[in-house]
Design a protein around this ligand. Structure first.
Ligand code: 4AD
Ligand code: MG
Length: 445
């Protein structure tokens, strides 16, 4: 009896008879020999159909197989160093072949297609090698993040997606109709995380978040996944200590597990190997000074203008790239101006124009991948903030309550999954980091 296996197990079955099930990735016709590259989601294996070794009907089907036709093939596993595929090095000498469905003409062929065409066919594009590699790495990143937290005493506590009030900027809310009342899709789980922190100490949430950002960039999605840890009694320094361990763990895990996938997407892994704790830390003040110096030294007028930076503004992507290029590892920038950050961030003692915030900037131009801060824990100050920026107090009453019943200093951050995948995979655009991207001009498929 042949054993039903997945292609990634093939090395364990040399000389044995196995059954594999999947889709035809490619076929080369050599008359009496058909080389079928079969894909099953775990890998690709070459199945060799030889006329003399098969029943005539099955061999005839083999010779007609179209790209992406679904089949079940049984045969003997042979070692062959040159055999293509993933993991490669083995092929199957086919004995029987059962057709499940003969695929119609497949729109995605090995030739080059435009990005819009591929995005229109995303439901099929996800089958391609490159997408396969990226989405497998994405899954490992999620797994590594969650494992690290679970192993370090953090509890996963879910936060709602439908919310009555803004968590971040009120300008990027997706509004929905909640039985006649306005409600919003969550921009962040943070405020609820802060409540959960009071119950469990160290918590995290992980889920989709939504921002109606009218920006068409290679870094913005309307729907993205964010993982957010929140910790009681954590200072900004504790936060950075923890973040660098967490992020470097995730990078090293991807390197350990995904050599093959990183090779498929042609990622220069030497850059990732450098991502070890500790990470450099610079203040916003220092970052601005460095940018000003760099702008002064830059001759090209266009580049000079891009780098121009006055104290008080938020960094644009050229600034983030320039700062990150000054370091080999991701770099923390802390103490941003209070005015450019969210309402809940703790001001710096004696210098309220800056706040206890920290962003982590990834190398190679990938920019901000995490944003976090110490939170205001003084009730009066938080009340004043809510009033000042015109938030509806009733909607935040529960959040303000947290500062009445055992309020403690605390801190947390959010890491954008897709930005992280983009960086770790070295991708030119965020659209390939998520199975079905939601962008300014795309909500299909
Ligand atoms: O800096 P942000 O807005 O921080 C928060 O939402 C905090 N409440 C998190 C916290 O402290 N718990 O977003 C955090 C991260 C960013 O650093 C970025 O990686 C990602 O979320 N992000 C986006 N990713 C893709 N598309 C967008 N439109 C994004 N906006 C933010
Ligand atoms: Mg941010």
């Amino acid at each position: 009896m042949p054993t039903l296996i997945s292609i990634d197990q093939i090395a364990d079955y040399e000389g044995q008879e196995v059954t594999v099930r999947g889709w035809v990735y490619d076929r080369t016709d050599k008359g009496r020999l058909q080389f079928i590259k079969l894909r099953d989601g775990t890998g690709i294996v070459q199945c060799v159909a030889f006329k003399k070794e098969m029943d005539p009907e099955a061999f005839e089907v083999a010779g007609k197989l179209t790209q992406e036709s679904s089949v079940v093939i049984t045969g003997t596993v042979r070692k062959d160093e040159r055999a293509p595929g993933y993991p490669g090095g083995y092929e199957i000498g086919a004995k029987t072949l059962d057709l499940v469905q003969m695929a119609e003409e497949y729109p995605i062929t090995p030739k080059d297609h435009g990005v819009e065409f591929l995005m229109d066919n995303r439901h099929l594009w996800v089958r391609s090698n490159r997408q396969w590699a990226i989405l497998r790495i994405r899954a490992t990143i999620v797994n590594a993040m969650r494992n690290w937290l679970d192993d370090h005493g953090y509890l996963l506590v879910d936060t709602p997606i439908i919310t009555p009030a803004a968590g971040e900027e009120t300008t990027t809310l997706f509004q929905i109709d909640y039985f006649g009342e306005p409600a919003y899709l969550a921009q962040t789980g943070q405020l609820y995380n802060e409540a959960n922190m009071g119950a469990f100490g160290k918590v995290y949430c992980f889920g989709p978040t939504f921002r109606a950002e009218k920006s068409k960039t290679r870094r913005h999605l309307m729907e993205f996944w964010m993982l957010e840890p929140e910790m009681a009694f954590f200072s900004l320094e504790d936060l950075m200590d923890m973040e660098q361990e967490f992020v470097s763990h995730v990078v090293q895990r991807v390197l350990e597990k995904h050599r093959l996938e990183l090779e498929i997407i042609e990622r220069d892994t030497s850059k990732l190997e450098n991502v070890l704790s500790p990470f450099p830390r610079i203040s916003y003040d220092d970052a601005v000074a460095r940018l000003q110096k760099l702008a002064d030294e830059t001759e090209d007028p266009e580049q000079k203008a891009l780098l121009q930076m006055d104290w008080g503004g938020d960094f644009g992507s050229p600034h983030e790239t320039a700062i990150a290029e000054m370091f080999e590892r991701p770099v923390f920038v802390y103490h941003y101006p209070t005015a450019v950050k969210a309402f809940y961030m703790q001001p710096v003692d004696g210098r309220p124009e800056v706040c206890r915030s920290v962003d982590l900037l990834a190398p190679e131009g990938y920019g901000e991948i995490t944003g976090g801060s110490e939170r205001i824990f003084d009730r009066d100050l938080l009340e004043a903030r809510v009033a000042k920026i015109g938030l509806q107090r009733e909607a935040y009453a529960w959040y303000l309550d947290l500062r009445r019943f055992g309020s403690v200093p605390h801190a947390g951050f959010g890491i954008g999954l897709e930005r992280t995948v983009s960086w770790m995979c070295g991708l030119p655009h965020i659209r390939e980091t998520i199975p079905y991207a939601r962008m300014l001009s795309r909500n299909y498929p």
